[in-house]
Design a protein around this ligand. Structure first.
Ligand code: AMP
Ligand code: MG
Length: 315
């Protein structure tokens, strides 16, 4: 473990990727870029390495981790993919979709990865750096967001380095995450039912279009997905939503026509707003104003996921 207050940040070039792979193979922790947010990776087949993730984040151990795989074949080794899962993976992988699937009994994953559940959450990420690390290690990698539990997620190497200072071995700097919001999580259940456990960059309508059915609203998802805890992504200050104007003691995050002190997207582009959301929450958190106000954000498309994160940041 790196003893200094800030972990070593290295550029995500070939040498940096080789070093990250080495650290991961020996059971260490590496913060690295994915297209959603920066992840805190460890080998998913090692009890010690997975325990180190929970320790570094201060994450409750009932909250299972997403396992990242290099491709669909690697997913099939860890979980049972039915026809629906195969279809979704064909369409959205590599990308920002996580599938909750029945875990294979011979998956060889650390028990803590799934927090004792019979299911496992799998994602095949698109980011070239994460893909290179997966290829070079040849391992499934558990990787929650690279921040202390409950805090604002990191979309830049510096965010991860300051949130986890002294707790991790290495940070790979691959620039800002492009999507900026955690993956969409879909649980595929028996009897053809399915449910979005966490809204994300791939909105529910696109999932329905592929599956040819509506999501199941009767199954409660909150118990099995603690990432849906009411308070999460906390910037450490009170947050007021739907704010067209700000009071003098508020740092105002704008959107579209609402200018603010800093804007998620002056042109009102929701994808841009998602990509900038956490960076602006970090900025608002560091600002002199003791409070944060956020302009109204439309709910269509990725706007649903942005509003979901804002609601938890404000809770
Ligand atoms: P994070 O790693 O912080 O992006 O959060 C991972 C999310 O995936 C959390 O909301 C977890 O509850 C959810 N998750 C992981 N594994 C499972 C699973 N087997 N069943 C349901 N949700 C899961
Ligand atoms: Mg997180």
């Amino acid at each position: 473990m790196n003893g200094s207050s800030r972990p070593c940040i290295v550029s995500a070039d070939a040498a940096g990727i080789a070093r990250a792979a080495q650290v991961l193979r020996s059971g260490g922790l590496v913060a690295l870029p994915t297209e959603t947010v920066y992840g805190l990776a460890a080998r998913a087949d090692s009890d010690e390495a997975v325990a180190a993730i929970y320790r570094a984040k201060g994450r409750p151990d009932f909250n299972p981790l997403i396992v990242h795989v290099a491709n669909l074949d690697r997913a099939r080794v860890l979980a049972y993919l039915d026809e629906r899962a195969e279809k979704l993976a064909q369409v959205f992988w590599p990308g920002a979709l996580t599938l909750v699937l029945p875990k294979r009994t011979d998956a060889g994953l650390a028990a803590a990865v799934t927090a004792g559940l019979p299911t496992v959450a799998l994602r095949c990420p698109a980011h070239p750096v994460m893909r290179a690390v997966l290829a070079e290690t040849g391992l499934p990698l558990a990787a929650p967001s690279a921040n202390r539990s409950g805090a604002v997620s990191p979309t830049r190497a510096g965010h991860a380095a300051s949130s986890l200072a002294g707790r991790i071995d290495l940070v790979l700097d691959g620039g800002a995450s492009s999507a900026g919001i955690e993956s969409t999580i879909v649980a595929l259940r028996e009897g053809g039912r399915w449910q979005v456990l966490r809204p994300g960059p791939i909105d529910e309508a696109r999932i329905s279009a592929v599956l040819g059915s509506e999501s199941d609203v009767t199954t409660p998802g909150s118990v099995e997905a603690p990432g849906q805890l009411a308070s999460h992504y906390a910037p450490g200050k009170p947050v007021r939503l739907g704010a067209e104007d700000a009071r003098p003691d508020e740092f105002h995050i704008g959107f579209g026509a609402v200018e603010g002190d800093a804007s998620l997207s002056p042109s009102g582009d929701l994808a841009e707003a998602a990509a900038r959301l956490y960076a602006l929450l970090h900025e608002a958190s560091a600002a002199v104003e003791p409070r944060i106000a956020v302009a109204p954000i439309p709910r269509d498309g990725i706007g649903a996921a942005i509003n979901d994160r804002l609601r938890r940041a404000a809770a």
